[in-house]
Design a protein around this ligand. Structure first.
Ligand code: NAD
Length: 501
C-alpha cells in the first residue's frame, strides 16, 4: 500500500486560507486533521475558519469588487484570464489528479478526467461571456428598452467533497467570468486540491482579492454557516446534501439572498424489455459504481421490466463482482476508497439495512485484501420494495437497488416514488415511449439510452428535494448577474400629466 500512503509531490506544509492575496492561518489558530482515505491517518492539517476569518475574506472580496478593476473589465479581457486559468489547470492536471485521488479516494484515472473537465469549465464560461447577448426591445417612434447586465458582488461558493476540484471550477468559472468576486468554502473532507487554486489564479493574472478561500466546517459558527449569514454576500451557490440545503435556505432568508442549490439524488435507471441489454447493463454499472458511487447523478435505483428481470439481475450481479476494487493510485482501479471513515460507516450501515430489506446478489462488505481504509465492495440488492430505506434514501456509495416492474405506468410510479428528482436514465428502443416517459418523469435531467454525456450549454439541476434553480450555460450567467432594465422614451410623453397648469 506504500503508493497510497505516501502523499503526492508538491504537498503544502499545511492547508491555509487565502485572503486578499495571502495564505493565512485562522485568526484563532485552530486547525483540523485531514485524513488519507486508504489509511484513515491524518496526513496534513488544514486551517479551520470561523466567523472572523469569513469576515476578513468577505472584506477582501468586497474591496476588490468595489474598487475594481475586475467587475468593470471588458468581457474579452476577463475571458483572456479565464483561458489562461484553463491552460494552467490543464498543464497541471497530473499533479492535480494525484492530489485529488490521494485526498478523496477517487480512482486516479477518473480524477484525471475531472481535472480535464475543470479546465474546460473555465474555457466554456469565457466563451459564453464574450458571446453574451442581452435583450433589447423597441417600440418604433416611442421607446427603446435594453438590459444592462451587471455583476452582483461577493458570491459565496460552498462545495462538497465529491469531485471537489471540478465542482469548485463549475462555480468559480461563471462567478468570476461575470465580474463578481468570490469567497470559496471547500468541503472539509477534501481541502487539498483547492489549495492549488491561489497559485493557478496568481499565475493567470487574476487581480488580487477576486478569489478568496476559507477552509473549515459548515456548521453554526464555522466557515460555511458564517458565509451564508454574512450580510455583504448577496449570492450563495451551494452543492451538497438536501438537508444542508434546507438549513442554508432558512439561514439566508433574512437577507433574501440569491440561492442556487444542487442537492442530493436517488435517480432511477429504467430498463425496458426492448432495450439493448448489454448497453444497459454496462451503462448502469458505470452509472452507480464510477466515482466510487459518490456521484450526485448516480443511477442508484434500477427498475427493470419483469420479462427480462431475472436475466438482468444475473448479468448485473456477475459484472458487479468483476468491478476492480483497488488503491486510488492504481490506474486499473475502478472503485477505490470512500472519502472518510464517517461516510464509510454511513454506507456500511445502509449495506446492513439492505440485507434486512432485500436480496443481496453481489458484494455486501469489505473487499478481500482491504482490511483497513474506506473500501466497500460493489454491492447489489435485488427485489427491493419501494418502501425500503435503500430504495428511498441517498446512500452515495457503491450500492445499488434493483426493483422489477410490469407496466409503463408502474415504472413511472416507481421512478417518481422518492423525494428526490435529479436525474433519470431510460433504456428502451421505443422512441415514443422514451420521450413520453421523459416528459412524465419527475427529474431535472433525463438521459435516453446514454450514460452521463452532457453538453455544458444545457441546464443542470434537480427538482423536488434535488435542487433549486439551474446552473449550466446561460443559466449560470443569469444566476451570477443582475439584469437591470433601462427604458428610454423616444417620442412624446404618453403618461397622463398630473398637476398641469
Ligand atoms: P454536505 O451538505 O454535508 O456539505 C457540503 C458543503 O456544505 C460542505 O462544504 C460543508 O462544510 C458545507 N456545510 C455544511 N453545513 C453547512 C451549513 N449549515 N451552512 C453552510 N455550509 C454548510 O454535503 P457533502 O456530504 O459534502 O456532499 C455530498 C452531497 O452532495 C450528496 O447529497 C450529493 O448528492 C450532493 N451533490 C449534489 C450535486 C448536484 O449537482 N446536485 C453534485 C455533487 C454532490
Amino acid at each position: 500500500m506504500t503508493q497510497s500512503t505516501t502523499p503526492p509531490a508538491g504537498l503544502p506544509e499545511k492547508i491555509r486560507h487565502y485572503i486578499g492575496g495571502q495564505f493565512v492561518d485562522s485568526i484563532d489558530g485552530e486547525e483540523f486533521d485531514v485524513l488519507n482515505p486508504v489509511t484513515n491517518e491524518s496526513y496534513i492539517t488544514a486551517a479551520s475558519g470561523k466567523k472572523a476569518d469569513i469576515e476578513a475574506a468577505v472584506t477582501a472580496a468586497k474591496t476588490a469588487f468595489d474598487e475594481g478593476p475586475w467587475p468593470t473589465m471588458l468581457p474579452r479581457e476577463r475571458a483572456r484570464i479565464l483561458y489562461r486559468i484553463a491552460d494552467i489547470v490543464e498543464s497541471r492536471k497530473d499533479e492535480l489528479a494525484a492530489m485529488e485521488s490521494f485526498d478523496s479516494g477517487l480512482p486516479i484515472t477518473q480524477a484525471k478526467g475531472q481535472a480535464a473537465r475543470a479546465a474546460e469549465n473555465f474555457r466554456f464560461f469565457a466563451d459564453l461571456i464574450v458571446a453574451q447577448v442581452d435583450d433589447a426591445f423597441k417600440v418604433p417612434g416611442r421607446q427603446a428598452n435594453y438590459v444592462n447586465r451587471k455583476p452582483i458582488g461577493v458570491a459565496g461558493l460552498i462545495t462538497p467533497w465529491n469531485t471537489p476540484f471540478m465542482l469548485e471550477s463549475w462555480k468559480l468559472g461563471p462567478a468570476i467570468a461575470t465580474g463578481n468576486t468570490v469567497v470559496l468554502k471547500p468541503a472539509e473532507f477534501t481541502p487539498l486540491s483547492a489549495s492549488l487554486w491561489p497559485g493557478i489564479f496568481e499565475e493567470a493574472g487574476l487581480p488580487t482579492g477576486v478569489f478568496n478561500m476559507v477552509n473549515g466546517f459548515g456548521e453554526e459558527g464555522y466557515a460555511g454557516d458564517s458565509l451564508v449569514k454574512h450580510p455583504d454576500v448577496p449570492l450563495i451557490s451551494f452543492t451538497g446534501e438536501s438537508s444542508t440545503g434546507q438549513t442554508i435556505f432558512a439561514n439566508a432568508a433574512p437577507w433574501l439572498k440569491g440561492l442556487s442549490m444542487e442537492l442530493g439524488g436517488k435517480s432511477p435507471a429504467v430498463v425496458f424489455a426492448d432495450a439493448d441489454l448489454e448497453a444497459a447493463v454496462n451503462a448502469t454499472i458505470f452509472g452507480v459504481f464510477s466515482l466510487n458511487g459518490e456521484r450526485c447523478t448516480a443511477g442508484s435505483r434500477i427498475l427493470v421490466e419483469e420479462s427480462i428481470y431475472d436475466e438482468f439481475v444475473e448479468r448485473y450481479a456477475a459484472q458487479a463482482k468483476r468491478v476492480k476494487v483497488g488503491l486510488p493510485s492504481d490506474p486499473d482501479t475502478e472503485v477505490a476508497a470512500l472519502v472518510h471513515p464517517e461516510h464509510f460507516e454511513k454506507v456500511m450501515s445502509y449495506v446492513e439495512i439492505g440485507k434486512t430489506e432485500a436480496r443481496l446478489v453481489a458484494g455486501g462488505g469489505r473487499p478481500e485484501g482491504f482490511e483497513t481504509g474506506n473500501f466497500v465492495e460493489p454491492t447489489v440488492f435485488a427485489d427491493v420494495a419501494p418502501d425500503a430505506r435503500i430504495f428511498q434514501e441517498e446512500i452515495f456509495g457503491p450500492v445499488v437497488a434493483i426493483t422489477p416492474f410490469s407496466s409503463d405506468e408502474e415504472a413511472l410510479e416507481l421512478a417518481n416514488n422518492t423525494k428526490y428528482g435529479l436525474a433519470a436514465y431510460i433504456w428502451t428502443s421505443d422512441l415514443k415511449r422514451a420521450h413520453n416517459f421523459s416528459q412524465a418523469v419527475e427529474s431535472g435531467m433525463v438521459w435516453l439510452n446514454s450514460n452521463n454525456v452532457r453538453d455544458l450549454r444545457t441546464p443542470f439541476g434537480g427538482v423536488k428535494a434535488s435542487g433549486l434553480g439551474h446552473e449550466g450555460g446561460y443559466r449560470s450567467i443569469d444566476f451570477y448577474t443582475e439584469q437591470q432594465s433601462v427604458h428610454i422614451n423616444l417620442g412624446e410623453v404618453h403618461n397622463p400629466v398630473f398637476g398641469k397648469q
